[in-house]
Design a protein around this ligand. Structure first.
Ligand code: SF4
Length: 263
Protein backbone atom coordinates (compact mmCIF):
# COMPACT_ATOMS: atom_id res chain seq x y z
CA UNK A 1 0.00 0.00 0.00
CA UNK A 2 1.37 3.38 -0.93
CA UNK A 3 1.73 6.30 1.41
CA UNK A 4 -0.87 8.11 -0.66
CA UNK A 5 -3.42 5.35 -0.12
CA UNK A 6 -2.61 5.17 3.57
CA UNK A 7 -3.13 8.90 3.81
CA UNK A 8 -6.68 8.58 2.51
CA UNK A 9 -8.08 7.85 5.89
CA UNK A 10 -6.34 10.87 7.38
CA UNK A 11 -5.01 11.29 10.87
CA UNK A 12 -6.88 9.67 13.72
CA UNK A 13 -8.54 11.93 16.26
CA UNK A 14 -6.88 12.18 19.66
CA UNK A 15 -8.02 9.46 22.03
CA UNK A 16 -11.01 10.56 24.10
CA UNK A 17 -10.85 9.31 27.65
CA UNK A 18 -13.70 6.90 28.30
CA UNK A 19 -15.26 7.64 24.93
CA UNK A 20 -15.25 4.01 23.87
CA UNK A 21 -16.65 4.28 20.39
CA UNK A 22 -18.87 1.82 18.58
CA UNK A 23 -17.74 -1.53 19.81
CA UNK A 24 -14.80 -2.39 21.97
CA UNK A 25 -14.68 -6.13 21.41
CA UNK A 26 -11.64 -8.35 21.11
CA UNK A 27 -10.81 -7.13 17.61
CA UNK A 28 -11.60 -3.55 18.40
CA UNK A 29 -10.39 -0.85 20.71
CA UNK A 30 -9.29 2.76 20.75
CA UNK A 31 -6.10 4.78 20.83
CA UNK A 32 -3.09 4.35 18.61
CA UNK A 33 -1.51 6.47 15.94
CA UNK A 34 -2.22 6.97 12.29
CA UNK A 35 -1.13 8.57 9.06
CA UNK A 36 -1.30 12.24 8.29
CA UNK A 37 -3.19 13.44 5.27
CA UNK A 38 -6.72 13.91 4.05
CA UNK A 39 -9.33 12.35 1.80
CA UNK A 40 -7.95 13.94 -1.34
CA UNK A 41 -7.34 10.70 -3.13
CA UNK A 42 -10.91 9.47 -3.33
CA UNK A 43 -12.16 7.32 -6.17
CA UNK A 44 -12.74 10.41 -8.28
CA UNK A 45 -16.50 10.02 -8.15
CA UNK A 46 -18.13 13.04 -6.56
CA UNK A 47 -20.33 11.46 -3.92
CA UNK A 48 -23.03 14.00 -4.68
CA UNK A 49 -23.20 13.10 -8.35
CA UNK A 50 -25.54 10.37 -9.53
CA UNK A 51 -23.73 7.40 -10.98
CA UNK A 52 -23.96 6.59 -14.67
CA UNK A 53 -26.71 4.11 -15.39
CA UNK A 54 -28.28 4.62 -12.00
CA UNK A 55 -31.42 2.60 -11.52
CA UNK A 56 -34.11 2.72 -8.83
CA UNK A 57 -33.07 0.79 -5.74
CA UNK A 58 -36.38 -0.79 -4.99
CA UNK A 59 -38.42 -3.37 -6.76
CA UNK A 60 -41.71 -1.62 -6.03
CA UNK A 61 -42.66 -3.73 -3.00
CA UNK A 62 -41.92 -0.73 -0.78
CA UNK A 63 -42.34 2.64 -2.43
CA UNK A 64 -39.24 4.74 -1.97
CA UNK A 65 -41.21 7.49 -0.28
CA UNK A 66 -42.51 5.00 2.28
CA UNK A 67 -39.10 3.78 3.35
CA UNK A 68 -38.26 6.75 5.53
CA UNK A 69 -41.74 6.82 7.05
CA UNK A 70 -41.59 3.14 7.91
CA UNK A 71 -38.10 3.50 9.32
CA UNK A 72 -39.11 6.47 11.42
CA UNK A 73 -42.00 4.52 12.91
CA UNK A 74 -39.73 1.56 13.60
CA UNK A 75 -37.22 3.85 15.31
CA UNK A 76 -39.93 5.19 17.59
CA UNK A 77 -40.91 1.63 18.43
CA UNK A 78 -37.30 0.63 19.11
CA UNK A 79 -36.86 3.59 21.44
CA UNK A 80 -39.35 1.89 23.80
CA UNK A 81 -37.66 -1.52 23.58
CA UNK A 82 -36.93 -3.35 26.82
CA UNK A 83 -36.22 -6.73 25.28
CA UNK A 84 -32.91 -7.09 27.09
CA UNK A 85 -31.23 -5.67 30.16
CA UNK A 86 -28.95 -3.29 28.28
CA UNK A 87 -31.67 -0.67 28.18
CA UNK A 88 -31.51 -0.47 31.98
CA UNK A 89 -27.97 0.89 31.99
CA UNK A 90 -27.77 3.09 28.87
CA UNK A 91 -29.15 6.53 28.16
CA UNK A 92 -31.19 5.44 25.20
CA UNK A 93 -31.49 3.35 22.07
CA UNK A 94 -29.07 4.35 19.30
CA UNK A 95 -31.14 3.31 16.32
CA UNK A 96 -29.13 4.31 13.25
CA UNK A 97 -28.85 7.07 10.70
CA UNK A 98 -28.08 7.83 7.09
CA UNK A 99 -29.71 7.21 3.76
CA UNK A 100 -31.95 4.13 3.94
CA UNK A 101 -32.39 4.19 0.17
CA UNK A 102 -28.68 4.03 -0.64
CA UNK A 103 -28.60 0.26 -1.00
CA UNK A 104 -25.75 -0.04 1.50
CA UNK A 105 -25.76 -0.50 5.26
CA UNK A 106 -22.78 -0.51 7.64
CA UNK A 107 -23.16 -2.44 10.86
CA UNK A 108 -20.94 -2.28 13.93
CA UNK A 109 -21.10 -3.99 17.29
CA UNK A 110 -22.76 -1.63 19.76
CA UNK A 111 -22.80 2.05 20.74
CA UNK A 112 -19.99 3.39 22.90
CA UNK A 113 -20.07 6.20 25.43
CA UNK A 114 -20.13 9.07 22.93
CA UNK A 115 -22.78 7.37 20.83
CA UNK A 116 -24.89 6.69 23.91
CA UNK A 117 -24.59 10.31 24.97
CA UNK A 118 -25.44 11.75 21.55
CA UNK A 119 -27.88 9.05 20.43
CA UNK A 120 -26.05 8.59 17.13
CA UNK A 121 -23.97 5.66 15.86
CA UNK A 122 -20.26 5.96 15.14
CA UNK A 123 -19.61 9.50 16.28
CA UNK A 124 -16.69 8.86 18.63
CA UNK A 125 -13.05 8.55 17.49
CA UNK A 126 -13.75 5.31 15.62
CA UNK A 127 -16.72 6.94 13.94
CA UNK A 128 -14.63 9.89 12.82
CA UNK A 129 -12.19 7.47 11.23
CA UNK A 130 -15.11 5.66 9.60
CA UNK A 131 -16.16 8.97 8.04
CA UNK A 132 -12.71 9.31 6.49
CA UNK A 133 -12.71 5.72 5.28
CA UNK A 134 -16.05 6.31 3.57
CA UNK A 135 -14.83 9.53 1.98
CA UNK A 136 -11.74 7.77 0.69
CA UNK A 137 -13.94 5.53 -1.45
CA UNK A 138 -16.34 8.27 -2.47
CA UNK A 139 -19.14 8.06 0.10
CA UNK A 140 -20.19 10.85 2.36
CA UNK A 141 -21.37 9.54 5.71
CA UNK A 142 -24.93 10.64 5.12
CA UNK A 143 -25.01 8.70 1.85
CA UNK A 144 -24.94 5.32 3.58
CA UNK A 145 -26.95 3.88 6.45
CA UNK A 146 -25.03 3.20 9.69
CA UNK A 147 -26.15 1.18 12.69
CA UNK A 148 -25.07 -1.55 15.12
CA UNK A 149 -26.14 -5.12 15.81
CA UNK A 150 -26.98 -4.09 19.39
CA UNK A 151 -28.67 -0.74 19.82
CA UNK A 152 -28.00 -0.04 23.51
CA UNK A 153 -24.55 0.56 24.98
CA UNK A 154 -23.24 -2.38 27.01
CA UNK A 155 -21.86 -1.25 30.39
CA UNK A 156 -18.18 -0.45 30.13
CA UNK A 157 -18.29 -1.14 26.40
CA UNK A 158 -18.16 -4.88 27.05
CA UNK A 159 -18.93 -7.25 24.20
CA UNK A 160 -22.70 -7.88 24.00
CA UNK A 161 -23.75 -11.34 25.10
CA UNK A 162 -25.24 -13.78 22.58
CA UNK A 163 -28.58 -13.32 24.32
CA UNK A 164 -28.41 -9.54 23.90
CA UNK A 165 -27.42 -9.88 20.26
CA UNK A 166 -30.29 -12.28 19.68
CA UNK A 167 -32.76 -10.00 21.45
CA UNK A 168 -31.76 -7.08 19.26
CA UNK A 169 -31.63 -8.95 15.96
CA UNK A 170 -35.24 -8.20 15.07
CA UNK A 171 -34.51 -4.48 14.83
CA UNK A 172 -31.88 -5.14 12.20
CA UNK A 173 -33.98 -7.67 10.29
CA UNK A 174 -37.01 -5.39 10.24
CA UNK A 175 -34.92 -2.56 8.83
CA UNK A 176 -33.42 -4.81 6.19
CA UNK A 177 -36.95 -5.78 5.17
CA UNK A 178 -37.82 -2.12 4.73
CA UNK A 179 -34.58 -0.86 3.22
CA UNK A 180 -33.65 -3.86 1.08
CA UNK A 181 -29.98 -2.94 0.83
CA UNK A 182 -27.92 -5.01 -1.55
CA UNK A 183 -24.66 -4.55 0.32
CA UNK A 184 -23.85 -4.76 4.02
CA UNK A 185 -20.47 -3.98 5.53
CA UNK A 186 -19.88 -5.69 8.87
CA UNK A 187 -17.39 -3.69 10.92
CA UNK A 188 -15.51 -6.13 13.12
CA UNK A 189 -15.83 -9.78 14.00
CA UNK A 190 -18.59 -9.27 16.54
CA UNK A 191 -20.87 -7.64 13.99
CA UNK A 192 -20.02 -10.19 11.31
CA UNK A 193 -20.74 -13.10 13.66
CA UNK A 194 -23.99 -11.54 14.79
CA UNK A 195 -25.16 -10.89 11.24
CA UNK A 196 -24.03 -14.12 9.63
CA UNK A 197 -24.79 -16.35 12.61
CA UNK A 198 -21.57 -18.34 12.46
CA UNK A 199 -18.12 -18.28 13.94
CA UNK A 200 -15.93 -16.01 11.91
CA UNK A 201 -12.41 -14.72 12.38
CA UNK A 202 -12.08 -11.26 11.00
CA UNK A 203 -8.36 -11.59 10.20
CA UNK A 204 -9.03 -14.71 8.17
CA UNK A 205 -12.41 -13.87 6.70
CA UNK A 206 -12.32 -10.14 6.02
CA UNK A 207 -12.34 -9.15 2.40
CA UNK A 208 -14.39 -12.18 1.29
CA UNK A 209 -17.94 -11.56 0.14
CA UNK A 210 -20.54 -13.44 2.15
CA UNK A 211 -24.26 -13.78 1.53
CA UNK A 212 -27.29 -13.12 3.67
CA UNK A 213 -30.32 -13.88 1.53
CA UNK A 214 -30.03 -11.70 -1.55
CA UNK A 215 -27.68 -9.29 0.21
CA UNK A 216 -23.90 -9.34 -0.20
CA UNK A 217 -21.99 -8.96 3.05
CA UNK A 218 -18.41 -7.72 3.35
CA UNK A 219 -16.70 -8.31 6.70
CA UNK A 220 -13.85 -5.96 7.46
CA UNK A 221 -12.00 -4.59 10.45
CA UNK A 222 -13.75 -2.24 12.85
CA UNK A 223 -12.33 1.29 12.55
CA UNK A 224 -11.43 1.13 16.24
CA UNK A 225 -9.07 -1.70 15.35
CA UNK A 226 -7.37 0.64 12.88
CA UNK A 227 -6.89 3.22 15.60
CA UNK A 228 -5.12 0.57 17.61
CA UNK A 229 -3.19 -0.93 14.70
CA UNK A 230 -2.80 1.37 11.65
CA UNK A 231 -1.25 -1.49 9.66
CA UNK A 232 -4.81 -2.78 9.18
CA UNK A 233 -5.65 0.24 7.03
CA UNK A 234 -4.46 -1.44 3.87
CA UNK A 235 -6.89 -4.30 4.32
CA UNK A 236 -9.81 -1.97 5.01
CA UNK A 237 -8.84 0.16 2.02
CA UNK A 238 -8.97 -2.92 -0.23
CA UNK A 239 -12.25 -4.09 1.28
CA UNK A 240 -13.92 -0.72 0.93
CA UNK A 241 -12.72 -0.29 -2.64
CA UNK A 242 -14.37 -3.63 -3.41
CA UNK A 243 -17.53 -2.49 -1.65
CA UNK A 244 -17.65 0.73 -3.64
CA UNK A 245 -17.06 -1.09 -6.93
CA UNK A 246 -19.74 -3.67 -6.18
CA UNK A 247 -22.17 -0.98 -5.07
CA UNK A 248 -21.66 0.87 -8.34
CA UNK A 249 -22.04 -2.35 -10.33
CA UNK A 250 -25.25 -3.42 -8.61
CA UNK A 251 -26.66 0.09 -8.62
CA UNK A 252 -26.13 0.20 -12.37
CA UNK A 253 -27.94 -3.12 -12.74
CA UNK A 254 -24.81 -5.13 -13.48
CA UNK A 255 -24.12 -8.74 -12.41
CA UNK A 256 -22.56 -9.32 -8.99
CA UNK A 257 -18.81 -9.65 -8.74
CA UNK A 258 -17.61 -13.24 -8.53
CA UNK A 259 -16.55 -14.36 -5.09
CA UNK A 260 -12.98 -13.95 -3.89
CA UNK A 261 -10.85 -12.08 -1.47
CA UNK A 262 -10.11 -8.41 -2.04
CA UNK A 263 -6.41 -8.65 -1.15
S1 SF4 B 1 -30.13 -3.66 23.09
FE1 SF4 B 1 -31.71 -3.97 21.54
S2 SF4 B 1 -33.03 -5.61 22.38
FE2 SF4 B 1 -31.83 -4.76 24.10
S3 SF4 B 1 -33.17 -3.16 24.97
FE3 SF4 B 1 -31.77 -2.15 23.49
S4 SF4 B 1 -32.97 -2.10 21.57
FE4 SF4 B 1 -33.96 -3.63 22.91
Amino acid sequence: MSGEQLSLFGPPPPPAAGSGGDGQGPDQGGGGGGDPGGADGSSGQDPAEPLPGQVPLFDGSVAARDVRTLLEALGAEAARCRACGLRNTCRGVVFGEGDPESGIILVGEAPGAVEDELGRPFVGPAGQLLDRILLAVGFRREQVYITNTVLCRPPGNRVPSPEEVAACRAWLDRRLAIMKPYIMVCLGASAARAVLGRDLRITRDRGRWQSLGPMKVMPTFHPAALLRDPSKKRAVWEDMKAVRAEWERLRAGGPPESEGRTA
